[in-house]
Design a protein around this ligand. Structure first.
Ligand code: ASP
Ligand code: MG
Length: 421
């Protein structure tokens, strides 16, 4: 059995959905679990709906949601003939679920409402695609993944209940394979034991694919993207970025850690743990080889460049000239955990520490105010963090031309440099 994951860009139009169908047809006869994201930028649009709702602008929220509804109904109309009515009825159920909520007044935390509304994107896209595949004689079973993936109630970053999820996913797959070869379900979403919807973090569909692969012992996972495969740098910023045809799990974990937007960072562990290879392939040209990520060692990797924008350097200094020993460091790490801040780089000195992190306004303020109970705090904003794995000195020199370097950290494998924009 194989797991496929199709991201938002691969289903953002009627043509793209037909293209997906073409790809699935090439695998006819094989057992497939197909995980699909929301269409195009639907998740962003749904975020706007929740923001309006939470700001008390009910009419605006409903209007914004109306646009999303119409987009999906239009797509369904273009694609479906025989299966249109059944699909529209199912879409309407999802619309109603959201609209009911939008008619209420917000009384709980924002993140709760976020998940109840934003989860609709994946439900709508999979509903249309499942009906279309059935119409095109690719019999498949649709499932609401909220009946399978059980999570805690950490809304917007929910943690998986592996025990329950394993049981449900196994049961679901057994019942699917009794009559079909293909299961179609949603990425990114799950549900608590109280049937509240949850989400797994933006771009979380990759992670869902890895969960299913792990639980069902898939032979492989394929992530279908609009790029050739994994590149050694972001092609939008570096036009001569090159394809990396083979990577091992460790390298990808490192890349994700340093901020490369290859795949969702949580995706690798479930695959690595069971030695399940992941393919990153281009849905625009499935004949291209793409990238394989597996457990084999890979030698001679090119330099891998990751740029993180909008960075903040926090300078913390001890107030009384005491050393940055174990005690203050321990307190600092508790603050990271409590404020849910993930440092991108830490440089420790005798009486001070410098921490580079993403500059997210609310988080930054929260962190700075918590840290200020223990240290002198200074913030340096508008920075970039450049990470190069497998670097060489000439490349580093070229990349730094004309830049004002604030801090550099080097190991044998990796160099990280913070500079002013
Ligand atoms: N639709 C969600 C997002 O845009 C999840 C995903 O695409 O993986 O973040
Ligand atoms: Mg996506």
């Amino acid at each position: 059995m194989k797991v496929f994951k199709f991201g938002g860009a691969s289903v953002n139009s009627v043509e793209r959905i037909k293209n997906l169908t073409g790809i699935v047809k090439q695998y006819q006869g094989e057992q497939l679990v197909i995980i699909i994201s929301a269409m195009g930028k639907t998740t962003n649009a749904l975020e706007k709906v929740v923001e309006a709702f939470y700001a008390g602008k009910k009419e605006e929220a409903l209007q914004l949601f109306e646009i999303i509804k119409n987009q999906h109904l239009t797509t369904a109309k273009y694609l479906l003939v025989t299966h249109y009515n059944a699909c529209a009825a199912q879409l309407n159920d999802f619309f109603t679920e959201v609209e009911w909520l939008l008619h209420d007044k917000p009384v709980r935390e924002f993140d709760y409402y976020y998940d109840q509304v934003v989860c609709a994107g994946e439900l709508l896209s999979t509903c249309i695609i499942s009906h279309y595949l059935n119409q095109e004689k690719i019999p498949n079973q649709w499932a609401d993944v909220r009946d399978i993936i059980r999570t805690d109630d950490h809304f917007r970053d929910a943690g998986i209940d592996w025990h329950y999820t394993t049981e449900k996913a196994t049961q679901c797959w057994a019942s699917v394979t009794a009559s079909h070869n293909i299961l179609i379900t949603q990425g990114f979403i799950g549900s608590t034991d109280e049937n509240e919807s949850t989400t797994l973090g933006r771009e979380g569909s990759d992670y869902t694919a890895a969960l299913f692969a792990n639980i069902l012992n898939a032979e492989s996972v394929t992530i279908w993207k609009d790029v050739e495969g994994v590149m050694n740098a972001d092609p939008k910023k570096f036009p001569d970025a090159q394809l990396i045809s083979e990577l091992n799990f460790n390298e990808v974990i490192e890349m994700a850690f340093y901020g490369a937007q290859v795949i969702h960072p949580k995706t690798i562990k479930p695959l690595q743990n069971k030695g399940i290879p992941m393919y990153v392939k281009c849905f625009l040209d499935p004949s291209l080889p793409g990238t394989v990520i597996h457990k084999k060692n890979v030698k001679n990797l090119p330099p891998i460049i990751v740029v993180k924008e909008n960075q903040l350097l926090v300078h913390l200094n001890s107030r009384d000239f005491s050393f940055m020993g174990e005690a203050p460091m321990q307190q600092l790490y508790s603050i990271f955990a409590e404020a849910r801040v993930r440092p991108n780089l830490i440089q420790t000195g005798a009486i001070g520490v410098q921490i580079c992190m993403d500059d997210k306004q609310d988080k930054t303020e929260q962190f700075a105010s918590m840290a200020s109970t223990l240290f002198d705090v200074q913030l340096e904003k508008n920075l970039q963090l450049l990470t190069i794995r497998h670097y060489n000195e000439p490349l580093v020199a070229t990349m730094l031309e004309g830049k004002e370097v604030i801090l550099t950290q080097k190991t044998k494998e990796t160099v990280q440099i913070i500079f002013k924009i």
